[in-house]
Design a protein around this ligand. Structure first.
Ligand code: ZN
Length: 323
């Protein structure tokens, strides 16, 4: 290996270690959603959640991507589904691929045979409400709900443009140019890419030196008025997915000055498919600068706050019917 190749491989290995897997909000985003939800739980929901999570702890041998230093059970729960997604093979539960250009209708046709985020939320709600269900399953249902209600509010988890939810769209983020995966350049996978930036970078830059605890306090206060409206609107999981989808159109794709056309719907096994999607998008030289970051951060803040409040509504509702 040449010196340059070694450096390149080392850089990639580092990137793989430091960037979270493409799987929804990064650690801090999910933790913020859990913390906002905690502020809106009824006493009976708080009690149910603490009892089920406390009595059925997460396997201490499980490798925790976001660490296990927290004593807050909901914060700890918020990132667990990403840690088990490979062994449980339930990756599709984290998103719903609604093709770009769709505006309303039944979501069932976009929910594949392996499931999707809206169906997973309904299934886990039913398990949590069932008093006769195995308490371990009910604890897991809480962990899934905390995570999935968060994930569905990441706009790129409710849209696809034949680009695997933006995973096949290379972007320059601030001063970081997109680099191809040098071990498998034929896959046309780049980092940073649009999905990854929305999962993690936009949120964490907006948090600055804050932490999920402070950020949750800030957002809860900032959206005080809106929160009353979100609560009054009730639990409508499918509508939330459509809202997230709509937001992806405007805040993610249309926010670039370059036009990103609507692609015919298809699911790619690699970004090289669909006549070199990855390369075609790379050639657009999309760049996220301060202006995009600022408008995206607004959308992200609302999404995290909505997710927290709506998660609390789901848990409060479950605690009413079950104990
Ligand atoms: Zn996820």
């Amino acid at each position: 290996m040449s010196h340059k190749t070694v450096l390149c491989v080392a850089a990639l290995a580092l990137l793989a270690m430091t960037s979270p897997r493409a799987g929804g909000w990064g650690c801090k985003g999910h933790q913020t959603v859990a913390l906002i939800a905690e502020k809106h739980l009824t006493p009976e929901a708080r009690q149910l959640v603490q009892k089920l999570l406390g009595d059925n702890p997460i396997d201490p041998k499980l490798k925790r991507w976001c660490g296990n230093a927290t004593t807050d059970l909901m914060v700890d729960a918020s990132t667990w589904p990403d840690d088990v997604r490979n062994e449980r093979k339930n990756g599709p539960w984290h998103y719903i691929d609604i093709p770009r250009g769709k505006h309303k209708g039944d979501l069932a046709e976009y929910c594949g045979s392996e499931g999707c985020v809206t169906r997973a939320i309904e299934e886990q709600r039913a398990i949590l409400k069932d008093k006769s269900a195995d308490p371990l399953k009910r604890a897991e249902a809480i962990r899934y709900l905390i995570h999935f209600v968060g994930d569905m509010h990441q706009p790129l988890h409710a849209i696809t443009n034949a680009d695997n939810g933006g995973n096949c769209v290379p972007v320059k983020y601030l001063r970081h140019e997109p680099l191809a995966n040098s071990l498998h350049p034929e896959r046309e996978e780049y980092s940073p890419n649009l999905h990854q930036v929305w999962d993690t970078e936009i949120v964490e830059r907006d948090m600055e030196i804050s932490n999920p605890f402070r950020y949750a306090d800030e957002l809860d206060e900032k959206f005080h008025t809106e929160i009353a409206f979100w609560e009054a609107a009730g639990i409508h999981v499918d509508n939330w997915a459509w809202e997230s989808h709509k937001l992806a159109e405007t805040a993610v794709y249309d926010a670039f000055p370059e036009k990103i056309t609507v692609e015919p719907d298809m699911k790619l096994k690699s970004c090289a498919e669909d006549s070199h999607m990855g390369k075609r998008m790379f050639d657009k030289h999309l760049a996220i600068g301060e202006a995009y970051q600022a408008s995206a951060a607004k959308a992200v803040q609302i999404g995290l706050a909505e997710a927290g409040v709506r998660l609390a509504m789901i848990l409060n509702d479950a605690a009413k019917s079950a104990n």
